[in-house]
Ligand binder design. Structure first.
Ligand code: C2E
Ligand code: CA
Ligand code: CA
Length: 283
């Protein structure tokens, strides 16, 4: 509490306080919600920019909250990171996503997409990560090459060596590693060549300047072109995130970007929708 100079005491900001209480209540409810099966996963395709086939599918977690309705990850992932529940929640998402991907593997064989799962910073530092991934692959029968793990730059370029050792071990198992939201964090580009990374996902914010073909922002276009060239020089594949217009898809294809993800192709949807989407692009 602090005197505000007029002899009154400002105990707290009621709006900020109400928000903090709401956040606290939400995070307190998460463990039971996980037990009760209130979380579920939506899937969004990563589409080849040349033939429009489904190369991969990203798993995106949601919470079907009994009172608040469907909550997106922006409402609860940061909370789960704070409490540490992200480790259990993330493991649940990984298992669920791998189970689903195993079905696509059975249905589509060699044409089956890989499943791409987001890893929180806390998970990348979990000493049990490699063992858990191995266990889930074993249990679900998903081929390691059909799993991709997405980490942000800050998760990968941390100071400690342990997360990198874990990524190297996963890479040796055949699991793909992607850098998520590339270009938004602090990237040490030279460092990239020493990392066990297979794919760069260019952040959707770079797509803004490429929205319309006629008035593409030349700086954005140059940046994106340079990122793609850099990735290719390092032997990585590139996915453009947040592709919403044909102009963006066309420009990214011209630049040599392999895959695109975004509302132009599909919104995050159910596994059944993904199955139909894959099938529709096979013939
Ligand atoms: P992200 O990994 O960058 O995932 C892509 C986000 O962009 C998703 O939001 C997706 O719905 C949205 N998106 C896809 N296409 C478009 C488009 O064309 N335009 C625009 N404006 N947006 C598009 P979502 O599902 O709300 O997820 C938000 C973030 O939450 C994700 O960003 C990811 O960082 C995190 N997240 C989601 N699932 C998980 C998870 O299982 N574990 C962890 N640790 N984080 C997750
Ligand atoms: Ca992601
Ligand atoms: Ca992303």
């Amino acid at each position: 509490a602090k005197a505000d100079g007029k002899g009154q005491w400002a105990l707290f900001d009621p709006v900020r306080n109400a928000n903090e209480v709401a956040q606290f209540r939400l995070s307190a409810k998460m463990p039971a919600a996980l037990e009760r099966g209130e979380f579920y996963v939506d899937y969004q395709p990563l589409v080849g920019l040349r033939d429009f086939g489904v190369v991969g599918v990203e798993a995106l977690v949601r919470w079907a909250h009994p009172e608040l309705g469907r909550l997106g990850p922006d409402k609860f992932i940061a909370l789960a990171e704070e409490t540490g529940l992200i480790v259990q929640l993330g493991r649940w998402v990984l298992r669920e996503a791998c189970r689903q991907a195993r079905k696509w593997q059975d249905d589509f064989g060699a044409a089956a997409p890989f499943i791409s799962v987001n890893l929180a910073v806390r998970q990348s530092r979990d000493p049990n990560l490699v063992a858990h991934v191995a266990e889930i692959l074993e249990e679900t029968g998903l081929e390691p090459s059909r799993l991709q793990l997405e980490l942000t730059e800050s998760a990968i370029m941390g100071t400690a060596d342990e997360p990198l050792d874990a990524l190297r071990a996963l890479s040796r198992m055949g699991v793909r590693i992607a850098i998520d939201d590339f270009g938004t964090g602090y990237s040490n580009l030279a460092y990239l060549r020493h990392l066990p990374v297979h794919e760069l996902k260019i952040a959707g914010s770079f797509m803004e300047g490429l929205r319309d073909a006629e008035c593409a922002d030349p700086v954005d276009a140059r940046i994106v072109g340079t990122l793609v060239d850099l990735a290719h020089a390092l032997g990585l594949t590139v996915t453009a995130e947040g592709v919403e217009t044909h102009a963006q898809a066309r420009r990214m294809a011209e630049i040599g970007c392999e895959t695109g993800q975004g509302y132009l192709f599909a919104r995050p949807c159910t596994p059944e929708d993904i199955r139909d989407f894959i099938a529709s692009r096979l013939d």
